[in-house]
Design a protein around this ligand. Structure first.
Ligand SMILES: Cc1cc2nc3c(=O)[nH]c(=O)nc-3n(C[C@H](O)[C@H](O)[C@H](O)COP(=O)(O)OP(=O)(O)OC[C@H]3O[C@@H](n4cnc5c(N)ncnc54)[C@H](O)[C@@H]3O)c2cc1C
Length: 410
């Protein structure tokens, strides 16, 4: 099929995440192409709130939006994509099914990476999906039960979070607050709990302004967290983290929030960068009919600085590709993709957050926190999830300090 004819083109989108779903929604609205989304999960994961599942603030289905029938007119196929044959214009699923396309949109996101630090894979908990977040929640809460009954030593209540980016800051803040909430239930052991945030760079939240970094550090310390910057991790064992400086941090729970990379398996499709992202041209294409978006894409620009791996990049690229496929169909010229920076934000705890807007404006504290809450509810997919998250947040707010928010269920 030619790329500019008027027959209905078959668009296959791999990945029902921020980029893939945004693209599918826009294509479905146009109504002149057949769209199929393929994903290994039947839901879209709202990763920005994973840390709240991991620390017992939200139930896991609040951040999982069912996608099977989410977009009228769009087909959903559940499966693991294992092969892309660009010459034959098809993708192969793990179970042997083959799907043919006229246009392929590849939006498979990223995964956790250990940067080769010894012991991370075996001893640290990561937080890239719901299963991992559940594992962190169960470990954090079960440790209190185990220490209380003498099954584990009190030192097991120490938590070390590695990675001072937005995710590490959010986790460390939420763990501090959780530990505070546990005092009522475990008065005899709660004082032994601690959280240490470790960052290799000289400050937290490196992409942010230095003032926001300093503010985040101060807020975390006010919450009771210990913050160690200039502290690269050398290796780790089940009960301690060794820093390059020689310092050893004992830990019952180690959470690795130090970085993500695109899945390595797709490197065969083209040239990749250090984070395994596929390098694409300024129209986000590897070739005329293969579009790469979101965390998987490294758009080659004059500065050759890749865009950040964040949801707003993926969504803007999803919308752009949908519009570009329409332009192809109509025989129009495809303009280069340009990213509109919407600013950045990170939350630290209750009424504690930092927000930076593209115009240079910075917000801290309560106004920043309310902006963070509003934006996350706005971008959360599905009315049920929104209502449920708002109800949970409201409850957490008024029940502050009353007790743990979720429990371990055997
Ligand atoms: C803990 C955490 C916190 C974050 N916080 C923020 C934040 O606060 N703000 C922000 O902007 N960004 C945040 N991000 C980053 C943001 O989630 C990503 O940038 C965004 O999800 C990228 O969108 P995407 O469409 O590229 O991929 P994703 O949204 O990850 O979607 C990829 C989809 O592809 C599917 N998939 C992958 N491989 C296959 C395969 N082989 N076969 C079938 N399906 C497959 C996956 O199941 C998934 O549904 C966070 C990420 C994490 C992990």
């Amino acid at each position: 099929m030619s790329e500019t004819n008027s027959e209905r083109q078959k668009v296959v989108i791999v990945g029902a995440g921020f980029g893939g779903l945004t693209c599918a929604t826009k294509l479905a609205k146009a109504g002149n192409v057949d769209v199929t989304i393929v994903d290994r999960h039947p839901y879209q994961l709202f990763a920005p709130l994973l840390y709240q599942v991991a620390t017992g603030g939200l139930p896991e289905d609040d951040i999982a939006y069912p996608v099977r029938a989410a977009i009228p007119g769009v087909d959903f196929v559940r499966g693991e994509v294992v092969k892309v044959s660009m010459d034959a214009k098809n993708i192969r699923l793990e179970d042997g099914r083959v799907l043919y396309y006229d246009q392929l949109v590849f939006a498979v996101g990223s995964e956790g990476t250990t940067f080769g630090v010894p012991g991370v894979a075996e001893n640290a908990l990561q937080m890239k999906n719901i299963r991992e977040a559940r594992e962190i929640k169960n470990r954090l809460l079960q440790t209190y039960e185990d220490v209380e009954t003498g099954a584990k030593p009190k030192e097991a209540l120490r938590v070390v979070v590695v990675g001072g980016g937005p995710t590490g800051v959010e986790v460390a803040g939420a763990v501090s607050e959780m530990q505070r909430g546990m005092r009522r239930e475990f008065p005899n052991i709660a004082d032994f709990a601690s959280v240490t945030l470790v960052e290799a760079a000289s400050r937290l939240l490196l992409p942010f302004n230095e003032k926001s970094s300093a503010h985040a550090k101060k807020e975390l310390e006010e919450l009771g967290a210990i913050v160690k910057v200039d502290s690269a991790v050398d290796r780790m064992y089940p009960t301690d983290v060794h820093l390059k400086s020689g310092e050893v941090l004992p830990a019952g729970t180690i959470i690795w929030a130090a970085g993500v990379a695109a899945p390595k398996q797709w490197a065969e499709l083209g040239e990749t960068d250090r984070a395994n992202r596929l390098k694409v041209n300024d129209t986000l294409r590897l070739r005329d009919d293969v579009w790469i978006i979101g965390d998987m894409a490294h758009v080659i620009t004059e500065s050759d600085r890749p865009l950040p791996m964040v949801a707003s990049v993926a969504m803007q690229q999803g919308r752009y590709v949908a519009a570009s496929i329409q332009a192809l169909i109509e025989g129009k010229i495809i303009k280069a993709f340009s990213y509109k920076d919407k600013g950045q934000m990170a939350t630290i705890g209750r009424r504690r957050a930092v927000v930076e807007l593209p115009n240079g404006m910075r917000l801290h504290g309560t106004p920043a926190w309310f902006s963070w809450l509003g934006l996350h509810v706005f971008y959360l997919a599905g009315g049920r999830n929104r209502v449920s998250v708002i109800a949970d947040w409201f409850w957490n707010y008024i029940a502050w300090g009353i007790g743990p928010r979720r429990t371990v269920i055997d």
